[in-house]
Design a protein around this ligand. Structure first.
Ligand code: ZN
Length: 135
C-alpha cells in the first residue's frame, strides 16, 4: 500500500517535471522546425526552379515552376516560328512546335537545372536556373 503510494507520488512528480521539460522541448523543437522550414523555403527560392524562356538570346518569360499549381500552356509566336510551351508543377516542356527538326518537342520535359531545352530553328531555349549544376 505504502509502496504503491510512493510510486504514485513519484510518478506524479516525474509527470509534473516532464510536463515542463516537454513544454520546453516542444517550444525548442518548434522554433528549430520553424527555422529549418524558413531556411528550407528561402534555400529553395534561392536555388530556384525558375524556368527562363529565351528567344533569340532575350528573356521572353520566366516561370517559377515551384509555384505552378495547375498545368498550362504558353503559346510563343515569333518571327522564327511557333512553339507551345507546356508548364506543369515542377516541370516544363515544349509540347508542340512547327520547327523542321522537332528536337525541342522530343527533348521532353525538364525539371532541374541540367540540360536546357533548345529549339535551334526558332532560337528558343528554356533553361531552369539554380540547381546543383552551374551553367
Ligand atoms: Zn524545335
Amino acid at each position: 500500500m505504502e509502496c504503491r503510494l510512493t510510486i504514485k507520488a513519484l510518478s506524479t512528480k516525474i509527470a509534473g517535471m516532464d510536463k515542463k521539460t516537454v513544454l520546453f522541448a516542444a517550444i525548442f523543437l518548434l522554433l528549430l522546425a520553424g527555422c529549418a522550414a524558413a531556411w528550407f523555403v528561402i534555400g529553395r527560392a534561392d536555388t530556384g526552379t525558375e524556368a527562363v524562356i529565351t528567344v533569340d538570346g532575350e528573356v521572353y518569360k520566366t516561370v517559377d515552376l515551384s509555384k505552378v499549381k495547375t498545368a498550362y500552356d504558353i503559346e510563343i509566336d515569333t518571327e522564327y516560328g511557333h512553339n507551345t510551351v507546356h508548364v506543369e508543377p515542377g516541370a516544363i516542356s515544349v509540347s508542340e512546335a512547327d520547327c523542321p527538326d522537332g528536337i525541342c518537342v522530343r527533348q521532353g520535359k525538364i525539371s532541374t537545372g541540367g540540360v536546357p531545352i533548345i529549339c535551334m530553328p526558332h532560337r528558343l531555349s528554356i533553361a531552369i536556373s539554380g540547381g546543383d549544376i552551374d551553367a
